[in-house]
Design a protein around this ligand. Structure first.
Ligand SMILES: Cc1ncc(COP(=O)(O)O)c(C=O)c1O
Length: 392
């Protein structure tokens, strides 16, 4: 299998040296994969420290405390999204939230009602879209432009559900969400916003009817959340008890809810200031990627912490391995796909050839990335990606 071959290669690379760090000395690591998984926020760890595990449906004191903590978490998320408590459903992940939104709405629609999404969306959107198509629903997966931007013109009458991302998770392109919401509502369609990538850096728009959020992308470590506007009815994925307003059966994950709510609230504090600093840093990395022979990817309007490029003739996993051994954690395309040798579906959707789609590199800056980190990362990137050494 391609996956296990790659893991063997990566492990051999790690066992083979650890770069210049030498035996016994911890290597300094520079984490430039914030979009893959944001590091756990200290405020999340602190909020979880005081948690007493109990079932929020239990009537004893511990159970009531768990219920109160869950209610508080729900209120925090609702405030962040300008929503009501009853519109918030906690899930185990972003993927589950997206699945709940898409299957939840689609199963209440007649089969001929059209569902629309775009080809550069995350696998957690495209997977359900293809499954719904296989179940007989009318699904359109529209094309994107060379920067992975969705074209709102794909929204025509007869469409009942539109799913769009807040930003593309591989190249950072911010989608024209407000226009898509307006056009979709004009034809009477519901809009699901996959807001798993982006809320750490840009605000989540208020217009969509369903919004999914991923905890691990926010620095919560785990968990997820789905906003469902009051009056929008969805079928659950899991059947059982009446938890989460009947939208998700099973004992609530209080820890996950606290983590997600704390991280979402943090993402809103100082977001603009952090974005300005990240954009400056990312600009420097983008210039460096270009100097090293990379062709930059993504639109001018993109998440501020992104620097992504393709390197025709090189393999993403080879660059990742070399960077990893030298101390830089980067990503090649989506984290879900970077354990495999498959080309990036996003880059293919953008019209790039196989050669370029196999040679993608994504660097994403985090809240804690320092000037020192970036100076060292630049030196490592220059030496690893310089055309001669990269091909050696
Ligand atoms: C745009 C987007 N949507 C959905 C997901 C799925 O979120 P999770 O990893 O929490 O399941 C991700 C994760 O990579 C993502 O980037």
């Amino acid at each position: 299998m391609a996956d296990s071959k790659l893991m063997t290669k990566l492990n051999a690379g790690l066992a083979g040296g650890g770069g210049s760090g030498g035996r016994g000395r911890a290597q300094r690591r520079i984490y430039l994969d914030d979009a893959g998984a944001a590091p756990l926020l200290p405020e999340v760890a602190a909020a979880l420290r005081d948690l007493t595990p109990a079932n929020p449906s239990s009537l004893h004191q511990e159970g009531r405390a768990a219920r109160a903590a869950l209610d508080r978490a729900r209120d925090i998320v609702a405030t962040q999204l300008g929503a009501d408590r009853g519109e918030i459903t906690f899930t185990s992940s972003g993927t589950e939230a997206v699945n709940l939104a898409l299957f939840g709405v689609a199963r209440r629609l007649p089969k001929q009602a059209r569902i629309l999404t775009w080809a550069a969306e995350h696998q957690s959107v495209l997977g359900p879209a293809r499954r719904l198509q296989a179940e007989g629903h009318s699904v359109t997966i529209a094309e994107v432009d060379a920067a992975a931007r969705a074209d709102p013109d794909a929204i025509t009458s007869g469409i009942a559900l539109v799913s769009i991302g807040l930003a593309n998770n591989e190249v950072g392109t911010v989608q024209p969400v407000d226009e898509i919401v307006r056009r979709a509502h004009d034809v009477g369609a519901l809009v699901h916003l996959d807001a798993c990538a982006g809320p750490r850096w840009i605000p989540v728009p208020r217009g969509p009817d369903l919004i999914s959020i991923s905890g691990q992308k926010l620095g919560a470590g785990a968990g997820g959340m789905l906003f469902v506007r009051e009056g929008v009815r969805i079928d659950p994925l899991l059947y059982g008890g009446p938890q989460e307003w009947g939208r998700r059966a099973g004992r609530e994950d209080v820890a996950g809810a606290i983590a997600v709510s704390t991280a979402l609230a943090s993402s809103g504090r100082g977001r603009e200031e952090r974005a300005v600093v990240a954009a400056q840093h990312a600009e420097g990395l983008r210039a460096l990627l270009e100097e090293c022979g990379g062709r930059l990817t993504g639109a001018a309007l993109r998440l501020p912490n992104y620097a992504s490029a393709t390197f025709p003739g090189r393999r993403g996993e080879d660059m990742l391995l070399a960077l990893d051994v030298a101390g830089v954690a980067a990503s090649s395309g989506s984290a879900c796909a970077s354990g495999s040798l498959d080309p990036s579906h996003v880059l293919l959707a953008m019209g790039l050839g196989m050669d370029q789609a196999l040679g993608s590199l994504r660097l994403t800056i985090g809240y804690d990335t320092t000037d020192d980190d970036l100076a060292l990362a630049r030196a490592i990137l220059s030496s690893v990606l310089a055309p001669t050494t990269a091909r050696a």
